[in-house]
Design a protein around this ligand. Sequence first.
Ligand SMILES: CC(C)(COP(=O)(O)OP(=O)(O)OC[C@H]1O[C@@H](n2cnc3c(N)ncnc32)[C@H](O)[C@@H]1OP(=O)(O)O)[C@@H](O)C(=O)NCCC(=O)NCCS
Length: 220
Amino acid sequence: MPFLLSEAVDADFDRLMEIQFAAFGQTGDSPREPFMDWIYPNADTPSGKAAARDRTLKSLRSDHTATFLKVTNTDTGDIIGGAKWNVYEKKPEPKRVEVNSFEGEEREYAELVLGVFYRRRHEHVTADGPYLFLDIMFTDPKHQRRGVGTKLLKWGVERADEMGVEILLEATQFGRHMYEQNGFRVTEHVVVQVPDKWAYKPTLQYFIMRRPPVEKVHLG
Ligand SMILES: CC(C)(COP(=O)(O)OP(=O)(O)OC[C@H]1O[C@@H](n2cnc3c(N)ncnc32)[C@H](O)[C@@H]1OP(=O)(O)O)[C@@H](O)C(=O)NCCC(=O)NCCS
């Protein structure tokens, strides 16, 4: 199947959101990723999807470090995968956590977990200068394991190698192997600890991974 990698344009984001939510939805026996629901509430509904699209586009317009890529099947014209990369000049300010879409205990829980998530992200940036960060990646579940994810990953790997800088990312269990195949190593297996009152909720865990800078060899 012929795949084309290119930068996404505004008109692509309805389809990109559809794939994003399908990819992070319930898979087999694993529960649905709750992060998506907190960041993009009601994404199962048309208005929730439209809000997610508008939020994504708004944040891209105000973020000169971000590039949103898509992979298209050139036989059908369908977009089948997407990824957002950030090329940072220096460590960004820590993200503020506010989950306005939920109330009460559910909001308290979401803010605690997202707080851990963003704090760990910030603490793991050790580079003094530039580095690359993979913010999100997804492949349409109907087209997984055909090399789409690897193509989206290679874009960042090639840039990082040209710049001689490291890449940082957070991996789910589904992405981990692909990253390892491309030179990433797990720096931390994060298992989010919550108070006993939320012991009934599924344990949230993920991997912080990095790919060290490739040394440039200067000849002559
Ligand atoms: C992670 C993801 C983007 C990979 O996309 P993909 O297009 O399937 O990736 P590739 O076809 O390039 O596969 C690369 C490797 O990933 C691993 N992999 C991909 N899907 C897998 C699965 N369902 N189970 C186990 N390993 C898997 C395999 O090692 C695969 O290589 P192989 O087929 O040679 O064994 C995709 O599984 C996805 O969208 N997952 C849900 C969202 C997510 O977890 N995103 C990543 C956040 S870190």
